[in-house]
Design a protein around this ligand. Structure first.
Ligand code: SAM
Ligand code: SF4
Length: 328
């Protein structure tokens, strides 16, 4: 799958549910309304779309959400996709808030998962509860340690929030170093209506990086995970720290991915509204050939890049859907 700008599309992110057991303040409103079940693709339908993508050249699939590990029987999908590893697929990964990892880390490893991204914005229990609105940090930490014990490489994702966790990045780097985890810092993106003012949360990572340099030696690397992060090695810990900067750095030129929502909508760009309705295609009884055709037609419309600008005058997000819909 080659898009109009010559980029080879080899990476699919799949949001397997819009639901979540937490309500992170930058991600969701407190009173989120979730989708009725009939609108959500069954695990079989998701598996069929993934199989089509693999047939068309996708080498890496990441399951995300919402919280992917709260979807009932989601391990069936992991096993089905895991069976394609070395047989079309190079890598199967997951992004999770970690609450279910204590229970599921072993099964993920059995299914063929080798790396997990776990979101953890703070190491302070009270702050964790405030950011997630009701989460308990022990549950996520237990999950993270269980993942490491099961032999999964762990990368911690932390969203940089002005005035909330900006004093903690040194601590997070040290903690990740001590446990052998990589860390990835993410800028807040203006996606979906949330409670509160998003412009107040926005903290440019260029500032964070120069502050980190006061304490740590950040060595440039060309390490890539297939995602948009720019990585440095922290000389003092030997672990990597990555920066995902959609707001300050345009990472679109090397974009190799598209995103499927749990309703079967394919977004060719996280920051644009154009999409393709694969659920309609599936439920109209499409053959594999017709499904492939619909996917290829969508890839031909992949835009050059995104343009995240917070609509300050109306204080509206640039993209109306929540991150939990498209999957981070
Ligand atoms: N529930 C899982 C988790 O929290 O890791 C997977 C889905 S979550 C939407 C994926 C990632 O997106 C998380 O690391 C989260 O912190 C990040 N995220 C959510 N809303 C965001 C926003 N508005 N801007 C930047 N990152 C966001
Ligand atoms: Fe849930 Fe992940 Fe969004 Fe937090 S970031 S509310 S854990 S989907």
């Amino acid at each position: 799958m080659i898009d109009p700008f010559g980029r080879s599309i080899t990476y699919l992110r799949v949001s397997v549910t819009d639901r979540c057991d937490l309500r992170c303040v930058y991600c969701m409103a407190e009173d989120m309304h979730f989708l009725p079940k009939a609108e959500v693709l069954s695990l079989e339908e998701l598996g069929r779309v993934c199989a089509a993508f693999i047939r068309l050249g996708t080498r890496k699939i990441r399951l995300t959400g919402g919280e992917p590990l709260v979807r009932r029987n989601v391990m069936n999908l992991f096993h089905r996709l895991g069976a394609r590893l070395g047989n079309g697929l190079d890598e199967l990964t997951v992004t999770t808030n970690g609450t279910q990892l204590a229970k599921l880390a072993g099964s993920l490893r059995e299914a063929g998962v080798r790396r997990v991204n776990v979101s953890l914005d703070t190491l302070d229990p009270a702050k964790f509860t405030a950011i997630t609105r009701w989460g308990r940090i022990e549950q996520t930490l237990d999950g993270i340690y269980a993942a490491a014990a099961a032999g999964l490489a762990v990368k911690i994702n932390a969203v940089a929030l002005k005035g909330v966790n900006e004093d903690e990045f040194d601590t997070l780097i040290a903690w990740c170093g001590a446990h052998g985890f990589d860390l990835c810092l993410i800028e807040t993106m203006p996606m979906g209506e949330i409670t509160g003012d998003r412009t107040k949360q926005y903290l440019p990572l260029s500032i964070v990086r120069s502050r980190l340099r006061r304490r740590w030696t950040l060595e440039e690397t060309d390490y890539r995970t297939g995602g948009p992060a720019r990585y440095y090695t922290v000389a003092e810990t030997g672990r990597r720290v990555g920066f995902i900067t959609p707001m300050t750095h345009n990472f679109c030129e090397s974009c190799n991915r598209v995103r499927l929502t749990c309703t079967g909508t394919l977004f060719m760009c996280l920051g644009q509204e154009d999409s393709a309705d694969l659920r309609g295609v599936l439920r109209a009884g499409a053959s594999d050939e017709e499904l492939d055709g619909a996917i290829l037609a969508a890839i031909r419309r992949k835009p050059k890049g995104h343009d995240f600008i917070i609509d300050r005058r109306h204080n509206r997000p640039a993209v109306s859907r929540h991150m939990s819909v498209t999957g981070g």
